[in-house]
Design a binder for this molecule. Sequence first.
Ligand SMILES: [Zn+2]
Length: 343
Amino acid sequence: MGTELARYARQIIYPGIGEAGQRALLAARVTIIGVGATGSVLANHLTRAGVGYLRLVDRDFVELNNLQRQLLYDEEDVAAVLPKAVAAGRKLRQINSSIVIEEIVADVTPANISPLVADADVVLDGTDNFATRYLINDVCVKLGKPWVYCGVIAACGMTMTIRPGVTPCLRCVMGELPAPGTVPTCDVAGVVGPVVTLMGSIAATEAIKLIVGQGALNPGMIYADLWEDSFDRFDLGGPRPDCPTCGRHEYPFLNAEAGPRTTSLCGRDAVHVSVVGTQGVDLAGLADRLRAARVGAIQANPYLVRAQIDGYEFTIFPDGRAIIKGTSDEAVAATLYAKYVGM
Ligand SMILES: [Zn+2]
């Protein structure tokens, strides 16, 4: 075994990987979209496993309340207010300097996602919202790229391995994009650290199996609730012929006919966020959840919910639109919307 391979000796000994599998890993390109909680676990495993080219895409920066579960970051990253993609790249190079890591600090949108995915062998979901996952699903199905969905909330996690044309896609299984405010988010419902590591580890193993071409892939959905000690697997059948993404090849999120839209409101230090192709918001339910999460001062009437959170003022309307005051940055507003309203 050459010195190049020596650091991977313990996984090369494993017959499922072997030297041929290691060479496949070193030749592989993986795009991880989102390097927060699950993305940290994915990037950590694939860096150590020797994936030769790792692209990290993230729109957010490191905050103190991330450290409870986002394993790549520390207090110095918080103090330096580093973007997550940058902080992750620094840490991962200390772990493995022999691979190529590309950091991209950006909000993934229909306009920029295709080149981020086009040269990847596998795409991994490290995001925290369904709007971005539906966009990933559209582009990966269109380009024929396998991708792994990985989501966590509270003490629960779920993961699916999506192989276009072979398995159902995310849209086949989840249907329409959930209405804003109906999906719990980690910022409102909380998250228990170890479930992140569990689900991220399953998803990272799926990526390794896809790359080396060995092992039994997850054919459906794996779901675990660590607090209730329940572990389940669901058979999801095959692709649905009537699916707008993998059946009819319409790709509504990639074509920006559905999903979030942000518009900076000139001179107002505010951004307007709307979500196209979904139902309205249950304002009373949203107000109750935000109050229960004690994120800030909440006012509600039948026409809007107003929330003061972290120095931002959210005004959310029944049709799902929101005006977020305190920033003119559309990516920041999209992140805040995903965190506190949820989509
Ligand atoms: Zn589908």
